[in-house]
Structure formats: structure tokens, C-alpha cells
Design a protein. Structure first.
Length: 581
């Protein structure tokens, strides 16, 4: 009796015979354990990532990350409450003590949120400065908390609604079908979970996929403002081309109509120039991939591409896009004595193509390169153009897929340039895994730089004048990867969920903040969110490589006598062209 009185005085409740399991402590209606995990995930999500985030985008990221943390906390706490806590019910507080704890913890949570947001604003300013962007984050960053709370409450309401539905269904099973209550409470949540998965898969995702195809198919049928059908015979889509203008798709029409003509090239270089060849086949140009490849080879025959100094086979992104700066850089370098061939395999943006039909990029790239290589190999050696493969983003995965190994690539072509490769690229991954010991994942050295090289900036590339120097020997064919330390396309991988990658244990690259750390689950969501804004930073950061293109081409496939001054001249020309548009 005395022990019971003492325990009550101290704010504890003694166990009673047959008492139910102790109810969980809640703070403002939220489970304490779940809230603690939510706050941890919230704080982690505010830590710097690869790219800057404004307060709205940060709120969306942190909102969903906090909900994930809350769910993880509930999941981990469940077995403790179900099987351990009932044995130690002495720990339960009196209600008045719990009320005081609720108020104190709620105040602590609010203070934690506000102080963490202010610290995060400072971290975002550091990332902005690293990329030369305007520093806008400040006290206004506190508005992020409103978005976080809104998303948290919305998702929590949906989850609790599903839980109530499961309980109601369990009661129905017990009352109508006489299923024992314990069994009903197992069947009901499983049934509700299956129903949610089917709804998401068959209704939301299927509807979204249909809507995406409808929207992007409509866009693919359009034409960018100012783009007109070419009349030059050296372009697909011209009146004499087998690939008709209206079948090339939005990006195909932009590609074949773009670039500089021979007259403009001659005016820039000061010597006579040739009309650059641009060959392209859209999804509507032929019935299937094999037919489109035959069409492109036929277009190369028709335009006389085999007589040019260089032929580039370009892997396209999901929409069929070819980087116009990359194409113009090459044509300026060769004064129009060049040919570029590309083929569309989808009209969906790369991130959608990557998720729903990655195999299309691989099969199309392999088919195109194989088809062109077979025709090219039939020509007498010494009387055929340099054959170079190029791909950017998902286009690099498309181009890589034609080769089973690095040795196969170097046996087949005269060089390769891969820009911003996705982390799932098999050839890139194999090279990274076998990089020289002690070299960083973010910018590795492979075989001493004799076979393949990596670059994040101009300073990582040898000057064209040094290619023949023994101290910088890089025999042809040269293979070059461009990758920024801040490019989420390069570093995103599902392994980020539970595994710390090498690039987050080593020294950061040139444009990644050293304050970025790895947290389970959270870092995966951060880098996933960075994917959406991969091209938002200025050139030279994130997934933007336009400033490097002239120097990258010079490193891989410079014409005889090319110098770094020539690359600088092309860079200045490209800047002038962009300022005109």
C-alpha cells in the first residue's frame, strides 16, 4: 500500500492485474516516438545537398521527409509497445504529468524547427555562393515551416483515414463473417494496403502515364518558335530528304534546322566552309527502330557524310534532344566539314523515360551505332571519317549500350564523349569501380589516364598542344567523361537509401559543399529532389556542361594543329551567338 502511494506521489502509475497495454505518449495528438524521428528526419533534410533549394522547394522536400521519419518511428516503436511495454507498465505517467511533458516537448519541437530552419538558411547561402548564384535565403526561410506542417498534416490525415478504414473493415469481418478479431486485424490492413497499391498502380500511375503520353505526344508534334524547315540537302527534313519534316518530332526539327550554315561559318573562320550535315530520324519517320536505322544510314549515303572529316553518332535524351551547344561546337571546330547522326526513341522527358522505359534508350542506341558502324567499316581505311560517339545524360546511356566493355568501345570507334552520365550506366559504373586506388569517385583516375579520363572543369583537361607530349600521353581513341560533383544525375542511386557512397566519404569536389553528409533514407530523398532541379544552376554546375563543350571536343577529337586558343575562340563565338538569340 505504501509503495503504491509513493509511486502515485512521484507521478507513476503502478501496474494492475489484467491491465491493458500502456497507451503511447502523445504530443499534440502525435506519437512521441514518431515525433522524435520526424524531427530528426526534418533536421537532416535541411542539411545541404548537391544543389541550392529555395524555401518552397525545401518545404516540399522536408515535408515528405518528415512524414517518412514519423512512419519509421511508429514502425520501430510498434514491437516495443506490443510485446515489451506491457511487462513494464510501471513507467506510465499520471495524466497531469503527461500534460506538462506535452507542453514542454511541444515548445522544444517548435524551437528546434525554427532554429534548424535559420541554420539551414545559412547553409543554403553557402551553396549559392559556391555556384555563383544570388543568395536569397534568410529569415524568410522560416516560411518553409508552413509548407512542412501542411504536407505533414495532409499525409498524416490520409494515413489515419486508411487506418480507420482498416479497423472498420476488421470489425465488419468479425461481425458479418464471424472471423476472429485477431485474424480480422491481420486481414484488414493487408487488404487495405493491397487496395491502395492497386489504386495507385492502376488508376493514378496508369492515368498519369496516359496523361503524360497524351501531353508529351502533343508537344512532340509541335515546332519551336522560329524553327523552319531547312532547304539544304545536307539536312534531314529538307525537301529532298527521306526523313520528312513533319515526322521528326519537336526536338528533331529543332536539331536539323539549327546550327550555322556554311556562309556564316566561313565568315567566322575566314576561310571557305562546308555545309554541316545533320541527319535525324523521328519516331514517325519509319515503322520501327530497325527501319529508322536504315533510314539514317541512307541519309548519310545521300548527304555524302562518309566524305567528311568527322562523323558523330549522338545518343539522344528521352525527348530526342541533342545539345545544340555540343553540335555547334563541333561544327565550328571542323568549319562545317562534319556530320552528326541522331535518332529519337521516345518523346517522354528523360526522367520519365528512365523510370518507365529505360530499355528503349539502350536498344535504340545500340541499333543506331551498330548500323552506322557496319556501313562505316566497309569503307577503305584512310578514306572514311573519324567515327566518334557522343551522348549527354540519358543519351550517354543510349550510346554506351552499344559496347560490352571499354575495350570493345575503343576497338570500334575513334573516340567517345559522354556528358553527365546517369549512375546506372554500366560501362561508367565498371570504370568507376576499377578506378586507380586512392583516386576519388567524384573525379577518378583510371589506368593512369592512358585510356579514359574524367573532367569536371577546363582545368582537368590537357591542352590540345600537349597530347603528343610524353608527360601527358593519351593515345587515341580517347574516351572522356564529363561529370560535376554537384550533378544529381551522376550520383543518384537507390543504394543511397541505406548505404553511404564513396563520394560522400571522400573530400568534396570543386562545387559540392563539404557540409553535405549522408543520412539513411534522407539523403536519397534529397538527391532525388535535386534531380528535378538538376539544370537550375548556372553552366559549370549541376547538370549543365555547356561551358566545357569546346574543350571536351578538343580533348577527344581535335583537328590537326588545334590549340587551346582555338577552343577559346569557339567559346567566345558561342557566347556571341547565344547573346544574339
Amino acid at each position: 500500500m505504501r509503495a503504491r502511494v509513493n509511486s502515485v506521489r512521484q507521478g507513476f502509475r503502478a501496474p494492475e492485474e489484467g491491465a491493458p497495454p500502456p497507451r503511447p505518449i502523445t504530443i499534440l495528438g502525435l506519437d512521441l516516438v514518431g515525433l522524435v524521428f520526424a524531427l530528426f528526419f526534418f533536421a537532416w533534410s535541411l542539411s545541404p545537398s548537391l544543389l541550392p533549394r529555395d524555401w518552397v522547394f525545401q518545404g516540399i522536400v522536408s515535408g515528405f521527409t518528415s512524414v517518412t521519419g514519423y512512419g519509421v518511428g511508429l514502425l520501430l516503436a510498434f514491437p516495443m509497445r506490443r510485446w515489451v511495454a506491457p511487462r513494464f507498465s510501471w513507467w506510465r505517467f499520471e495524466r497531469r504529468v503527461e500534460l506538462v511533458l506535452e507542453i514542454l516537448i511541444a515548445l522544444l519541437a517548435i524551437f528546434t524547427v525554427m532554429s534548424t530552419l535559420l541554420v539551414a538558411a545559412s547553409g543554403q547561402r553557402d551553396v549559392d555562393a559556391l555556384m555563383g548564384m544570388s543568395q536569397s535565403a534568410g529569415v524568410a526561410y522560416l516560411r518553409t515551416g508552413l509548407i512542412i506542417v501542411g504536407i505533414f498534416l495532409m499525409v498524416l490525415a490520409i494515413a489515419r483515414g486508411l487506418r480507420r478504414a482498416a479497423r472498420a473493415f476488421a470489425g465488419l469481418l468479425s461481425a458479418r463473417l464471424h472471423v476472429s478479431l485477431p485474424v480480422a486485424h491481420v486481414i484488414a490492413p493487408i487488404t487495405v494496403a493491397v487496395a491502395v497499391v492497386l489504386f495507385v498502380d492502376k488508376v493514378l500511375l496508369a492515368g498519369s502515364s496516359d496523361a503524360a503520353h497524351s501531353v508529351f505526344a502533343g508537344q512532340n508534334n509541335g515546332t519551336e518558335h522560329g524553327v523552319v524547315q531547312p532547304i539544304s540537302a545536307e539536312r534531314s527534313g529538307s525537301p529532298v530528304s527521306a526523313a520528312h519534316w513533319d515526322t521528326l518530332g519537336l526536338q528533331g526539327r529543332t536539331f536539323v534546322a539549327g546550327g550555322l550554315g556554311s556562309e556564316r561559318l566561313a565568315a567566322i573562320s575566314g576561310v571557305p566552309a562546308r555545309e554541316p550535315i545533320r541527319v535525324y530520324a523521328g519516331l514517325g519517320s519509319a515503322a520501327d527502330t530497325a527501319a529508322r536505322v536504315r533510314m539514317i544510314v541512307g541519309e548519310l549515303d545521300r548527304t555524302g557524310a562518309w566524305d567528311r572529316k568527322i562523323l558523330v553518332v549522338a545518343g539522344t535524351t528521352g525527348t530526342g534532344w541533342v545539345n545544340p551547344v555540343a553540335a555547334q561546337s563541333l561544327e565550328l571546330m571542323y568549319n562545317g566539314d562534319s556530320a552528326i547522326a541522331a535518332m529519337q526513341y521516345s518523346f517522354l522527358p528523360s526522367w520519365i523515360s528512365f523510370l518507365v522505359d529505360r530499355s528503349a534508350a539502350a536498344s535504340a542506341g545500340a541499333a543506331l551505332i551498330d548500323g552506322i558502324h557496319q556501313r562505316w567499316a566497309q569503307l577503305p581505311e584512310g578514306h572514311r571519317p573519324r567515327l566518334i560517339v557522343y551522348g549527354e545524360s540519358l543519351g550517354s546511356q543510349s550510346a554506351e549500350s552499344a559496347f560490352g566493355s571499354l575495350a570493345d568501345l575503343r576497338r570500334s570507334v575513334d573516340g567517345a564523349l559522354f556528358v553527365g552520365p546517369p549512375n546506372s550506366n554500366h560501362l561508367w559504373g565498371a570504370i568507376e569501380d576499377r578506378r586507380d586506388p586512392g583516386t576519388p569517385e567524384v573525379l577518378p583516375t583510371y589506368a593512369g589516364g592512358l585510356i579514359v579520363r574524367f573532367a569536371a572543369g577546363k582545368q582537368d583537361l590537357p591542352l590540345p598542344e600537349q597530347h603528343s607530349a610524353p608527360r601527358d600521353a593519351w593515345p587515341e581513341p580517347r574516351v572522356l567523361y564529363l561529370q560535376h560533383a554537384s550533378d544529381p544525375v551522376v550520383w543518384w542511386n537507390t543504394d543511397l537509401l541505406f548505404t553511404r557512397p564513396d563520394w560522400l566519404t571522400e573530400a568534396p569536389g570543386r562545387d559540392r559543399t563539404s557540409a553535405m553528409s549522408w543520412y539513411p533514407i534522407v539523403t536519397f530523398w534529397q538527391v532525388s529532389a535535386d534531380l528535378v532541379r538538376a539544370q537550375s544552376p548556372p553552366s559549370g554546375h549541376g547538370h549543365n556542361y555547356e561551358d566545357l563543350m569546346p574543350y571536351a571536343w578538343a580533348a577527344v577529337a581535335a583537328p590537326p594543329g588545334w590549340t587551346s586558343a582555338d577552343s577559346d575562340r569557339i567559346t567566345a563565338t558561342l557566347a556571341a551567338i547565344q547573346s544574339e538569340s
